[in-house]
Design a protein around this ligand. Structure first.
Ligand SMILES: Nc1ncnc2c1ncn2[C@@H]1O[C@H](COP(=O)(O)OP(=O)(O)OP(=O)(O)O)[C@@H](O)[C@H]1O
Ligand SMILES: [Mg+2]
Length: 516
């Protein structure tokens, strides 16, 4: 079949265009005057007819659902998803500080169109808005309302891919982007300001912006990798926990001497996973009921922290004291009963009991909401009640100890930007002989004045190590001396006791002779 010459084609297009234009013009006039029902009828059927010929499908995602009070989750997820690839393709963008986000979020402007590809299917997104005219009812006037919505258009041959996987993909990715962008918060239950009862929230919060990361933590690389893997695996195990029928939560016990990085690690965990932090001050909790309310108010994707658990409350002595006082009569009671009894002396005003805390961690209450970490820190792990830190409650025990040479190298890299140096050998030798916490190492490496170049910081650190070594030697010598002195004293006591015995014996013999 011969192709039509281009002049005819042009003529054809022109005729079609003018017919269409006149049709639209006539329709616009009819719309004005024809009754609403007729118009609805005509529109409905004209859409149906169009649908037979028009090969594209449209899906609208509105900003507000229901009674307009709630912003649609789907709309927010689509907005976040598109903001990620909009900046690459859209020509008209708008930048906003979206609520809960710490930085500018770019999104497409109204009536802008972006394309997206998914498994070979090409789709178009357009941000539209409809304006409903203002209306006045009785005495009040409702201004016109803008209703924004995203319109997704795709060819009907991709219907299955889009409805079965693309939309899920958009919502899932959008939610992850929102979590990453959101402003994280640090909550505390300190009594502080008491909200009016209707807004009575148990937690007050500030923006959480702690710079600590696992990269900046002085820790053996192997140990660091193991902890990061454990955390990331946990954050991706929603289905796993559902399958095994466990609440999606995990307990970490961080223990070690002061200044070894327990609090720093909590911040690094929150930054790694993008979680909020709930810093729970147990002594400010009135009783177990309040403890439960606090837990219920926490959101998912968060870390609930109880620092220095050994001295938050006197939870550890409770069972021991009971056992000492009347071990016999208590023998019969099950250990659970023993810890159920409220403590005699309240710790301050708090009446939180060990069993209340145990239920807080792994009872029914901990199942409300998922993706939570519970972290305890302590300087004295031996003081803690085994029931409190058993697996299933504190699943992972992490000991943070004195700084190793590997740890020192991380700090040298962070503080002095040094990966290697000729002084490192001396430092490695001295660190094998002296125990120093990462806090002390960090303090010694910290430049104290503009003149403190890396060389000088390292020599200051070597000097501090040598002083600490002398200090430790002196302390050991003193301890040995004390032990010696104590031993001498014991020997004297024994000697005196022996002399006394001899004396008593000779008296006895003396008396016996006399009586003979
Ligand atoms: N492992 C570490 N890596 C990097 N910096 C550390 C480390 N440990 C401690 N620091 C530094 O020492 C300071 C104190 O650390 P942190 O507060 O984490 O100690 P801690 O173990 O919580 O002490 P405490 O038991 O007294 O609460 C922090 O400012 C941090 O910069
Ligand atoms: Mg601490």
């Amino acid at each position: 079949m011969m192709p039509l010459p281009s002049s005819t084609m042009t003529q054809m297009w022109a005729t079609m265009g003018s017919t269409l234009a006149s049709f639209m013009f006539v329709w616009a006039i009819i719309r004005q005057y024809c009754p609403y029902e007729l118009r609805r009828f005509f529109e409905k059927y004209s859409h149906r007819i169009m649908g037979y010929f028009y090969p594209y499908i449209k899906i609208s995602i509105h900003e507000f659902t229901g009674d307009r009070l709630k912003r649609s989750e789907a709309y927010s997820a689509v907005e976040a998803y598109l903001s990620n690839n909009t900046s690459k393709s859209a020509k008209r963008l708008k930048a906003e500080m979206v609520k809960d986000s710490s930085n500018l979020v770019l999104s497409m402007d109204e009536y802008e169109r972006v394309t997206d590809d998914f498994q070979g299917a090409k789709v178009w997104w357009v941000l539209s808005k409809s304006v409903s005219p203002g209306r006045s009812m009785s005495m009040s006037y409702y201004p016109e309302q803008e209703k924004r919505f995203y319109k997704l258009t795709f060819h009907k041959k991709y219907r299955d891919i889009i409805t079965e996987s693309y939309l899920d993909h958009v919502v899932r990715e959008g939610k992850e982007i929102r979590v990453k962008n959101r402003q994280r918060k640090l909550y505390t239950n300190s009594p502080g300001y008491k909200w009016p009862s209707y807004k009575q929230t148990m937690w007050s919060h500030i923006v959480f912006e702690h710079p600590a990361t696992f990269e900046t933590m002085a820790l053996e690389p192997e140990k660091k990798r193991e902890i990061i893997e454990d955390l990331v695996t946990f954050s991706k195990s929603k289905d796993f926990y559902a399958r095994i029928g466990k609440a999606w939560k995990r307990g970490y016990l961080l223990y070690g001497p002061p200044g070894t990085g327990k609090s720093t690690m909590i911040a690094a965990m929150a930054n790694l996973l993008g979680y909020d932090v709930y810093d729970l001050e147990l002594t400010a909790v009135k009783d177990n009921t309040e403890l439960r309310k606090l837990l219920i108010e926490t959101t998912s994707k968060s870390i609930i922290v109880i620092e220095d658990i050994d001295c938050s409350l006197d939870l550890t002595g409770q069972r021991k004291k009971k056992a000492d006082k009347s071990s016999l009569e208590d023998e019969t009671k099950s250990s659970k009963e023993r810890i159920k009894e409220p403590k005699e002396e309240g710790h301050g005003s708090s009446k939180v009991t060990l069993s209340g805390l145990l239920n807080f961690i792994d009872g029914l209450w901990s199942a409300c909401g998922g993706e939570r970490l519970v972290v305890f820190t302590t300087n004295y792990v031996e003081k803690l009640d085994p029931a409190l830190i058993r697996r299933g409650r504190m699943d992972k025990h992490i000991e943070l100890s004195f700084c190793s040479f590997d740890g020192f190298k991380v700090l040298a890299k962070n503080y002095l930007k040094l990966e290697t140096h000729h002084m490192f050998d001396t430092i490695q030798r001295l660190m094998g002989e002296v125990k120093m916490t990462p806090a002390d190492v960090a303090e010694n490496l910290m430049p104290k004045s503009p003149q403190d170049d890396p060389e000088r910081c390292l020599s200051n650190f070597i000097q501090a190590l040598e002083e600490a070594k002398e200090e430790a030697a002196k302390k050991t010598a003193e301890e040995i001396k004390e032990i010696g002195a104590a031993k001498e004293e014991d020997d004297d006591d024994v000697q005196t006791q022996e002399n006394k015995d001899v004396q008593v014996k000779s008296d006895l013999v003396g008396n016996a002779n006399v009586s003979l």
